[in-house]
Design a protein around this ligand. Structure first.
Ligand SMILES: *Cc1c(COP(=O)(O)O)cnc(C)c1O
Length: 296
């Protein structure tokens, strides 16, 4: 994989700071234009294990705009292993930009109904080829969390009091909890509506010895997964204007919105230093009509 760790940097966010609280963002989106952000970290140990064990194909699951699908297609290609994506819903014409790119990278796409998609174990059981290495939707799992644990070593992150990230499956948050210092507080912003059980799913990725407290906020989903009302789009434009910071409609815009509101509501004690994780995902903005965002 030719993702470049040295591209990652920390950017101060003056418009998300005040006299009490200083906010910086860790730009994982700069890692690579396709395998951007946390997906590279989450995939690296799965790919390593698949290769070591001699698997010829890595198979996984996702929707038509999934960052995880295109990242898997790219990372598998770089690792010299085939990839197969089980895609939720029917084949559409034209293909979404995400799926087109994944196919161009060599991924075999298999379309399954929403009902089948909800039951990945049945799909896995029906495939008897032992050369296939399976990765859960979004890279959820222990090796994914282990990989995400390496995020905090990509820059000098030890002096921050709070680390804040967007949460889908919770794998990245679990990884950050595993590698954060004892004095650091972890906050996740869930992008799904009513994702009850998320806390438990995060805990199940933590060894007993590393069960540290963390907080997940559930009220910044803007209507649900991938929902992006005009207010959110406006906020993304403002954030670009103010900080030259691109965000995506699914994860990082909701994360930044939450941070802005929490800082202005004085959620954090004076003297806090916040590290926000920009987990990438900008390719997901391709689902918008062009010209809506001032960056691409
Ligand atoms: C997948 C993704 C997340 C969520 O990561 P989880 O480990 O599933 O919680 C956050 N941000 C971006 C940009 C993503 O693509």
């Amino acid at each position: 994989m030719y993702a470049k760790l040295q591209n990652i940097r920390v950017q101060p966010l003056p418009h998300f700071s005040d006299e009490q609280v200083q906010t910086d963002i860790l730009r994982l989106d700069l890692l690579h234009p396709i395998v951007s952000g946390n997906k590279w970290f989450k995939l690296k140990y799965y790919l390593g294990e698949a290769r070591r064990a001699g698997h010829h194909t890595i198979a996984t699951f996702g929707g038509a705009y999934s960052n995880h699908i295109v990242a898997t297609a790219y990372a598998a290609k770089e690792a010299g292993i085939q990839s197969c994506g089980y895609i939720r819903g029917e084949l559409t014409h034209p293909l979404s930009p995400t799926l087109r790119q994944s196919r161009e990278l060599g991924m075999e796409l298999k379309f399954v109904t929403r009902e089948q998609f909800r039951d990945p174990d049945t799909i896995i059981r029906a495939n008897t080829d032992p050369g296939v290495y399976w990765v859960r939707e979004g890279g959820y799992g222990l090796l994914g969390a282990k990989g995400a644990g390496d995020i905090l070593s990509s820059a000098n992150t030890q002096t921050y009091t709070h680390i804040i990230c967007a949460v889908g499956t919770g794998t990245m948050l679990a990884g950050l909890i595993r590698s954060a210092g004892k004095q650091q507080q972890l906050i996740g912003i869930s992008v799904l509506k009513n994702h009850l059980g998320l806390e438990q799913e995060v805990k199940s990725l933590l060894p007993n010895s590393q069960q540290a407290p963390f907080t997940i906020l559930h009220n910044y989903h803007f209507g649900g997964y991938a929902k992006h009302p005009a207010e959110l789009i406006r906020f993304m434009c403002e954030t670009w204007e103010a900080e030259q910071l691109p965000t995506d409609i699914v994860y990082t815009s909701k994360l930044l919105y939450a941070v802005k509101e929490l800082v202005s509501n004085q959620y954090f004690p004076a003297g806090s230093r916040l590290l926000v994780i920009h987990s990438g995902g900008l390719q997901g903005n391709n689902s918008l009509p062009s010209g809506i965002l001032p960056f691409s």
